[in-house]
Design a protein around this ligand. Sequence first.
Ligand code: ADP
Ligand code: MG
Length: 577
Amino acid sequence: MAIRRLTEPVTLKIAAGEVIDRPASVVKELVENAIDAKSERIEVDLREGGTSLIVVRDDGEGMEGEDLLLAFERYTTSKIQTEEDLYSVGTLGFRGEALASIAAVSRARITSCPVGGDAAHTLDASGGRVGELTSAARPVGTTIEVRDLFFNVPARARFLGAPRTEFMHANRVIQRLALLSPSIGWMVTHDGREVFVAPAVASLHDRLAQIYGIDVAGGMIPVEATHGEVRVHGFVSRPDVKRGNRRDQSFIVNGRFVSDRGLSFVLASAYRGILRPGTYPIAVIHVHLPPEQVDVNVHPRKEEIRFADARRVQDTVAAALQRGVSDRRVVAPLTGARGVGRAGAGTAEPRPRYSERTEPLSFDLPREMRLAARTREMEKVRVSGDRRVIGQLQSTYLLVETPEGLEIVDQHIAHERVLYEGLRDEWGADGIVRQIFLIPARVEVPFEAASILVGNRDALERVGIILDAFGGGTFLIREYPRALADEQTKRGFQEVMETIVDALASEQNLNERLFDRLLSELSCGAAIKAGEPIPLAEAQALIERLMTLENPYFCPHGRPIVFTIGRDELDRRFQRR
Ligand code: ADP
Ligand code: MG
C-alpha cells in the first residue's frame, strides 16, 4: 500500500479530535484562554447545550489585529517561546492548538480589542478556512463565537448527546473553572436563561457557596499544610456532607485542574472509616509547588501531570487532610434556628389566660428521690479532662458540660465509634484479639444464612469470630473479638450475626471494603443501644474515651456523634445579649 502524506485539513481534524470532543471541551479551552488573558469577568452563552452556539466573552487583555490571524493557526501561542518555558508555564494554555482545533471543526469568529490598542478586529474561520480581518467595535477584551460544532465532521456530530446532556457537561466544566479563581465574576446562560451567576468574591469559601450552595459550603472544612516547597490548601467536606460519586473532587496543581490517581487515593484514605463505602467527600484542594517539579505536558488536554516527587506531594496533602478531617472543631452545627426567642408566626395559638395555665402543684416524691440519688451519683463520678457528663436524656443522649457550652452526644454512635476505632487499630497491628468463651454462645440462622457463614469461615476468623456449625442452622460461637465480647454477651449474638450474614451476602469479594463493613457491624452490635440507661460513671468513661479518638465527631457511617450548643448560642436564645 502506498504511503501518502495527509493534507492539512485532514491532519487538522485529526489533531482537533484530541482536544475537542464535545461542546464542553470547546468551553474549557475558550474559558481557559479568557482566564489566561487575566479577565475579571467571563460570560458564556450556550444554545442547545453548546451544539449550535457557544459564545465566550471576556474583558481580558485582548489581541491585536495581526495576532488574530495567528491565533487560528496551529502551534501559535503567546504563552511560551522556548523549550525551557514548557517546564515553567504559569498559564492554562501553552500548546497553541485550541483555537486552531476549534476553527477546524466549526464556524468560529473572534472579535477582540487589545488593551491600549486603538481598534477592535473580527476574524472568521470556518472548517479551518480563515477569512479576512475586518475592523469591528468592541471594548477591551475578546469574544469568541463557535457555531455548529462538528458541522464538517458528521461522524463526531453523531456522538454528541442530547442538548441537555451536552449542557450538563459544559456546565460542569464552567463550575470547575469557576473554582480556580474566586476573583473572576461569571455569568452563564443557556438558551437565553441565566444558569450560573457568580459575581467576583474574596475567598474560595464564598465561591464554594456560589457553586454548591450555602449549606454545603458551611459543611466544608479548611485544610492546609506546607512541606518544604510544597504548599497545600483548600476545603473538604465534613463527613455528613457527601456525594455518590467523585465528580466534586477537584485537585488544582499550580492553578490547573488535574486528575491524579495518587491524590485521589490520598483523599479516599483520609475518609476511610469515616464515610461509608460508595460515598465520597467534596473536595477542592490546591497544591502549589515550583513549576519545574511538575510536567504538565504529558496529556493532550493537559489533564494529567507528572510530579518529580509524587510522594512528597501526596504526603503533604495527606497531612493537610489528616489535620482537617479529624480536627476537634468539626461538629454538626446547630441547624434550624427558627423562631429564636419568640413563637413561630404560623403557630398563632391563642395565648392561654393565666388561670388556665396554672396546674395543681404536684410533687412526685419518688421522682425527686431518684433525682437526688442521681445528684449524689454525679458527685462520685471521677472526671478527667474538661468534659463532664451531667446526665442522660431519654436514656439515649448524653449531656456533656464543656468549657464552651453543652455537647449532646448520641450514646450508641459514640460507643460504636470507640469500639470501631479499637478494632481498626488491632486490625492494622497484629490482627483482632479474640476471647475464647468457656461456654460458647448459640445462634440459630436460616438455611441460606448457614451456608454463608460456613462458606466465609476464613473471613470471620479474620474479624475475630470462630464458630462451629452444629447442624440445622445452629452455630456455636467459640471465640469473639475480645474488645466486644462482654458487651455482646449481654446483648446476645443473634441479631449481630444476622447483620454479619447480610454483610457477607451483599459484598462479593473479600476486600478491604467488606472487612471494614464487618468491623463496623460488629462494633454497632456491641455498642450501647439507644434507650439503654447507663450509669453516669460509665457515660463519663465513654466520653473520655471518645475524646481520645482521632475523629470523635462522626461515626464510620458519617452520622454525627456530637451536637454542640455553645454558650454563645444559649445566651442568644435567652436574650442575654
Ligand atoms: P494556547 O492557549 O495554548 O496559547 P490557543 O489556541 O488556545 O493556544 O490560543 C492561541 C493564542 O491566542 C493564545 O496564546 C493567546 O495569545 C491568544 N488568545 C486566545 N484567546 C484569547 C483571549 N480570550 N484573550 C486574549 N488572547 C487570547
Ligand atoms: Mg488556550
